[in-house]
Design a protein around this ligand. Sequence first.
Ligand SMILES: [Zn+2]
Length: 76
Amino acid sequence: MATEKPDVMVGEWYWGAKCPECGDMTAHAHDPMRGQGEREITSEKPVEAQVTMTCPNGHRFSAATENLLRFEWGAQ
Ligand SMILES: [Zn+2]
């Protein structure tokens, strides 16, 4: 099993991308800026240029950080 997958909770916000194989939204990193009062309009993305993720169905893929999407887990 991959170890880099963050714990995901429904209703929390994450940076992630859509799995190219199955289309499921995949979380890379928790976005702590959301759900805490909208202090900043622009929250920081992960600093790496490229990140690797493992989708809920076990597909491993990488994506450019600039293509990451912010999404609410469970709302898609
Ligand atoms: Zn997948």
